[in-house]
Every structure is written in C-alpha cells, then in structure tokens.
Write a protein that binds this ligand. Structure first.
Ligand code: CMC
Length: 439
C-alpha cells in the first residue's frame, strides 16, 4: 500500500504584493493540507498557530479521525469493530506493524511478551526509593526511562529492525509489570510476578490484585471491559503525548526515553489526567449534595477557572465515538457486577445537561473518552491515581507505532524544531549593577 499523499492544486499566497505558490497535499481520506515547509526560505515569513490546531507535523498512515463525523479508525478498521472483535495484542500488532496478525504472528508476539515480562531484579530496588504516596505516573515515567539503562538500545543504522521488535515487546510487556509493582508498593504488599500462562489483561489484574495469601478471582466481564478500554485508548493520531513522543524521537532519542516523555505529557489533567479528575469532580458534586447546577454554572463562568472534566475535545466536534462505547461498557459492567454507583447517576445527569445547554452546544462540547472510563476502573477496584496509568498502558502501541513510522521516513524525519514570533525587548545595552535603578 502506498501511504504517500497525493498532490492537489497549489495554493496561492499573496505577501507584500508578491504571489507565491504553495503545494497542496491530499490524504487518502481527502484531507487537504498546504505544505508550507519552504515558506520561510522563499518569503522570510513563518506561520503562527497556537496549540498547533491547524498544523500537521507529518503524513501518517496509522489512525484516521474525522472529528466532525465522529469517526475513528486504526489502519482503516473502525474502532467499533476492533473493540468488539479483537484482542489488545492484535490491535497492538495492527498499529505497530500495519496489519492484523496471522495466528502465527500473534502467537509469536505473545511469546515475546512472555519472554520480556519480567523486570531486571535490580530495577525492583528503585520502587523502594519512591515514597508510598508517589503518584504512579511519576513512577511509571521514571521506570520506563530507566529501562534504557538496563536494555541495549536500538542500532540506529536500522532503527526498525530486530532491535526495534525486541524493544517494542519489552515496552509493552514490562509496562504492565511496572504498573502492577507500583500499585503493590503503594499499598505495602509484596510484588506478584508476571505469569507465562496468562493473557495480557488477566496477567495485569493478577499482578495487581493477587497476594501470596489470596488469589484474585478474574471475572471475564472485567477482562472484557479492560480490553475494550485499552483498545479504545491505543492510538489517537497526533494528540499531545504522541506529538511529544514524535518530537523527542525526532532527535533520534531512544524509544524508551521518547515514550517516557509521552507518559509525562499524558499525565496532564487536560490530556490523559482527565480520567482521574472526572472522578474527583463527580465526588465533589456528590459531597456537595449531588446538585449539578452550581457546577454547570461554574464551568460556564470564565472568571472561575473551572472546567467540566471529561468534556470537550480539540478534534471531536461531535460525540467522541470512544465515549459512546465506554458509556455502554459502564452500564454493562456495573450491571453484571451488581454495582450501583451513585457517581454514575451524577455523570448521566451532567451529560444530559451538557447535551442540552446552549453554552456547550454552541461550542460543540461533548463527553470525551475520559468522561466514563474512570467509572469502569473504579468498579474494578483500581485506585483513582492509577487511572491515567491505565490510559498509558493502552496508549503504548500508538506511541511505539508513531516512533516507528517516523524512523521509516526515507532519510529520517527532520528534527522537530518549531519557530517563534519574538515579542521580547529589542536590543538594549548592559548597565552595571551599581548604576541599575538610579536612572
Ligand atoms: N468545560 C467548560 N468549557 C469548556 C470545556 C469544558 N470542559 N472545554 C472547552 N470549553 C470552552 C472553552 O472555555 C472555550 O470557550 P470560549 O470559546 O468561550 O473561550 C471553548 O470551549 C473552546 O475550548 P478550548 O479550550 O479553546 O478548546 P481546546 O481544543 O483548546 O481544548 C480540551 C480541548 C480537551 C483541552 C478542553 O475541552 C478541556 O479542557 N476539556 C476538559 C479536560 C478534558 O476532559 N481533557 C481530556 C481530553 S480527551 C482525552 C485526551 O486527549 O487525553
């Protein structure tokens, strides 16, 4: 399959009375972009785009997202079909290697995950260095970066060869062990090691919740719900953390370190950290008597610096297709586990208001992927500060796939290095300290 963009009719730009032609590229779904990469050389102008809302940093064949139509596809496959029919490992293979695996490729991948699931015993000591109150995202980012100190890096003359396959498997498999160990450390229990006879999600649950004195009962419904969440989080094209992985990796930084930077970006409450914040918000509303009016008003009041967490999205201007699936998943899981969570009732009331209130309607603000996911994690017994860590496990194949795609660009992707419009002081002369303030 050829992933290169097509050429469209060039755009014309008139600057200082001169007309410049700018190439137009067209993607496989008809998306159009004006290629300004030679603009500065030709005109001395740069473009200004706060938050990169209108800027593509690459051509990518991994994920297609139409925010107006609420469409999300990995390598062409609709997210709804993948969430229902595939496993997380199949999706990881699809994202990283471009195609769904054959049975043989899948069992090979699974063997590699088992082979790489343990942490180097010396790394276990690192967990003792963190306070038990440490946020698990801090632990995760540090430990993932530390993996590069323990495992040989990629031969960068062939960055997507065998070394890459090993490191991709190490990352995806070890991240699960790191997360489970971080949890055990925070509750003061001994680590439970990964098992070779368990699939990806049950293995994680077992390491998190079993103990030497009690085996955790793994319910199919719980495994199914977590699998769906991991698949829905697996990639989301050029979001903040993935762009971070690309930017860091564009300096030819190793994959462990690039992904660690992505984890830091994901931690922020406007990005993956929102799933934890949603539960804090719902609990706050509950403690306050359960009425939502005050919070809706606060979210609309620009002097209050309060937002409804789990609502709004840079790209979706209609209902986030992931949120639709997750909402159904919450109902199914809570029903099957016989849990009646009052926070779900508050979330439903909030959503109803958001969908009707002109403030949110006019701004196309809908519940996003983080709005309902925390309720699933909570029902499973995962602590709030581990929610974003779960998001990170899910996003791992996407980050790895984007790093790989970048390395596959013939000649290597250019180093990411944006321009700026300088607005500071113009030239002024140095004044010795004894004279400063006397003028
Ligand atoms: N509550 C109240 N108002 C909002 C919200 C919200 N959650 N989100 C956006 N707005 C308003 C915003 O104040 C602005 O209003 P105005 O035009 O009057 O100034 C307008 O909607 C557009 O918002 P924006 O901040 O310019 O939009 P953005 O694309 O820069 O930000 C966002 C997107 C996701 C950061 C933002 O919607 C937000 O802060 N949402 C809450 C945090 C959240 O749920 N984040 C998870 C995002 S999805 C998963 C992920 O990416 O990890």
């Amino acid at each position: 399959m050829d992933h290169h963009s097509q050429a469209g009719q060039p755009a014309k730009l008139i600057l200082d009375g001169n007309t410049f032609e700018l190439p137009v590229v067209v993607g496989s779904e008809g998306e159009k972009g004006i290629d300004i990469s030679k603009l500065r050389g030709q005109t001395n102008y740069v473009t200004l785009d706060h938050g990169f809302g209108n800027t593509s940093n690459c051509e990518s064949a991994i994920t297609f997202l139409d925010g107006d139509a609420g469409i999300l596809r990995y390598r062409g496959y609709p997210i709804e079909q993948l969430a229902e029919n595939t496993s997380f490992l199949e999706v990881a293979h699809l994202l990283i290697y471009g195609e769904l695996p054959t049975a043989e490729q899948l069992s090979h991948l699974s063997e590699r995950f088992t082979e790489h699931s343990m942490l180097h015993e010396d790394m276990k000591r690192f967990f003792n260095g963190f306070p038990s109150s440490a946020h698990p995202m801090a632990v995760l980012a540090s430990m993932v970066c530390s993996l590069s100190a323990f495992h040989p890096g990629i031969d960068m003359t062939n960055p997507t060869g065998e070394d890459f396959d090993r490191i991709a498997a190490q990352l995806m498999s070890k991240v699960r062990t790191i997360v489970a160990f971080a949890h055990k450390k925070s509750i003061g229990e001994p680590f439970i090691y990964p098992r070779g006879d368990m699939e990806y999600v049950p293995n994680l649950l077992n390491m998190m919740f079993s103990s030497p004195t009690k085996e955790y009962k793994i319910y199919d419904e719980v495994v199914q719900a977590m699998k769906v969440l991991f698949i829905l989080h697996a990639d989301h094209e050029q979001n903040c953390s993935t762009s971070t992985v690309r930017l860091v990796g564009s300096a030819r930084t190793n994959l462990f370190a690039s992904v660690s930077a992505g984890i830091c970006a994901l931690w922020g409450p406007l990005h993956g950290g929102a799933n934890e914040e949603v539960i804090h918000m719902l609990e706050m509303i509950q403690k306050d008597g359960g009425g939502i009016d005050k919070y809706i008003d606060m979210a609309k009041d620009k002097t209050k610096n309060f937002r409804l967490m789990g609502v709004g999205h840079r790209v979706y201007k209609s209902y986030d297709p992931r949120a639709k699936i997750i909402k159904q998943c919450v109902h199914d899981l809570l029903g099957k586990l016989g849990i009646d969570d009052p926070l779900l009732d508050i979330a439903i009331k909030l959503e109803e208001r958001v969908l009707k209130d002109p403030y949110f309607v006019e701004r196309n603000l809908y519940p996003n992927v983080d709005f309902y996911s925390g309720l699933i994690y909570k029902a499973i017994g995962i602590p709030k500060d581990m929610f974003t860590v779960m998001f990170a496990i899910g996003r791992m194949p996407g980050w790895i796939a984007h790093w790989k795609e970048m390395m596959e660009v013939p000649g290597g992707t250019k180093i990411g290095r944006p321009r700026q419009i300088y607005v500071g002081p113009t030239k002024r002369d140095y004044i010795p300290i004894i004279k400063r303030g006397l003028v």
